[in-house]
Design a protein around this ligand. Sequence first.
Ligand SMILES: Nc1nc2c(ncn2[C@@H]2O[C@H](COP(=O)(O)OP(=O)(O)OP(=O)(O)O)[C@@H](O)[C@H]2O)c(=O)[nH]1
Ligand SMILES: [Mg+2]
Length: 270
Amino acid sequence: MATGHSTHPSDRTLVIIPTYEELENLPLIVGRLRAAEPERVDILIVDDNSPDGTGQLADELAAADGHINVLHRKGKGGLCGAYVAGFRWGLDRDYQVLCEMDADGSHAPEQLDRLLSQIDGGSDLVIGSRYVPGGKVVNWPWNRWFLSKAGNIYISIALGGGLSDMTAGYRAYRRSLVESLDLDELSNAGYIFQVDLAFRAVEGGFAVDEVPITFTEREIGESKLAGSFVKDSLMVVTAWGIRHRAAQVSTLAGAFWRLGRDSVRQKIGR
Ligand SMILES: Nc1nc2c(ncn2[C@@H]2O[C@H](COP(=O)(O)OP(=O)(O)OP(=O)(O)O)[C@@H](O)[C@H]2O)c(=O)[nH]1
Ligand SMILES: [Mg+2]
């Protein structure tokens, strides 16, 4: 007879926190995450040799706490590369859930449980969404909100997939999904890799779900977001959308063609 505790994938969770010049934010986010999830979550800080000494601080935090780990990269290599390095680090160990979380306090560690519960319930990718009912954005000027919201509507029309926040960066991935992805292929234009990851998961037939979160704009430090990213991202998405829709149309055309051919064959008895 089976006894003992049932296990959940979230019992072995790694939260990857990429940092570039987050000296003031790092101890706050790590402290909140350790308080919110003291048992089942380990942390990997991926620092790109921040000139302000964030990497050294990360080493100090790691030395004092076995749940905290650090990956140092040579120089600023972008968010996508930092996450890919973090995913590989997690896959090399036996983590069952891999999460993305910004260091600047935008993603509340206190809401991580919403994402992890959904993974334990069977999802392969859970996106902490600003735009599903119950989701919120705090401290964004209306134009930033509008741009993000409109961008997401555009993306969902171009790509389909039924998701309302494909650019969101607060996420939990089941290990098997990350294992199945070719991480070298991800598009690195702006933050478009987030859309790329979600799109690949949907296309691959994985269970992708959204849970509402409260996104709070950073209060300390500077944004690393390049001004051109909106234009670059939307161009990439449009190209994917055209390719994707073209493939759908040709699949549909093929299906009609086969249907017509089969009914003609039936009629002529071949
Ligand atoms: N390792 C690494 N981390 C990065 C890099 N660029 C950004 N980050 C981190 O990625 C997270 C998101 O970056 P942000 O600058 O907050 O980007 P954003 O949230 O779009 O912009 P804001 O609205 O201003 O916060 C933060 O934790 C950054 O420190 C990078 O090149 N390397
Ligand atoms: Mg931010």
